[in-house]
Design a protein around this ligand. Sequence first.
Ligand SMILES: Nc1ncnc2c1ncn2[C@@H]1O[C@H](COP(=O)(O)OP(=O)(O)O)[C@@H](O)[C@H]1O
Ligand SMILES: [Mg+2]
Length: 322
Amino acid sequence: MTQPVVTARNLSRHYESGGGMFSQRQVVRALSEASFSIDPGKTLAVVGESGCGKSTLARLITLIEEPTAGEFTICGTPGVPENWDSLRSQVQIVFQDPYGSLNLRHRVGSIIEEPLKIKRPDMPAAERASKAREMMEMVGLRPEHYDRFPHMFSGGQRQRIAIARALILEPKLLVLDEPVSALDLSIQSQVLNLLLDLQERMELAYLFISHDLSVVRHVADDVVVMYLGRPVERGSKEAVFGAPRHPYTVALLSATPSADPTRHRNRIKLEGELPSPLDIPAGCPFAPRCWKAQDRCRTERPELGDAAHAAACFYPEGTETA
Ligand SMILES: Nc1ncnc2c1ncn2[C@@H]1O[C@H](COP(=O)(O)OP(=O)(O)O)[C@@H](O)[C@H]1O
Ligand SMILES: [Mg+2]
């Protein structure tokens, strides 16, 4: 059996806020009990509305922050702070906004080489430069771009620079946090196809975060749907898109145009506001907005469980709404 590149078990991250002289201390439950694994060469997509905990999960897996509960491994090694130094070259991140994540005063070559300078300080400059140039070619940048500054590039090209820098240490796992959300539609598909091509060439595992289901449909092998910091459905892309089980997933999908015009979905309009993560409902977090909710859903929280296609719901959909 292949060893997963990443495994996560009940990962949670809660933040304390307030607690000053004038405010009560409150707990923001940004992420609660996320479990999943990703095999080499595979993409797990994490979807959900803004604020559901996607970037928080990204920060845990990329060793920026510690979980407040739960555990994870990268290439079999526990992701605890003692191991962060040695694990950092195995996992890299690409953010949504290449402007915010690139040092605009550095030239492209130097930006891409920076992780090598830090992680392999003994590598001769010429070797570093040749690795950067090789990486540039792989992501579709031209040799003359080496000496240019990020502001001279379009958004899509800047994202190529960010991808080259993330891959220069040959990581096993790339965490992509809304990597194409800031790009024009036509550029989005170019960057997504590049990512798919690189994945195959380097056998990369992707943790791909997006609020956009059409993007997820394009890239995912498996999907986790999040709601208010909790995974509410998990399964293969075919299972989750083809036969969604959690009412929230059904609602999300109903709002997205189907790639297959022969299938009709009734558009479900969710009632009510997304609750605050400071005040997550008891029971099922989705119950206040769910058209199927019963008394039990408001008092008892359904578990996601370990099934290949799992939904944290007492009354899951058996079939797709037609
Ligand atoms: N450092 C923090 N302190 C307090 N609350 C935070 C912090 N980081 C994130 N949150 C809150 O956690 C929730 C999840 O945020 P985030 O992971 O950024 O969601 P997403 O990426 O899905 O939009 C949000 O309500 C956000 O305001
Ligand atoms: Mg985010």
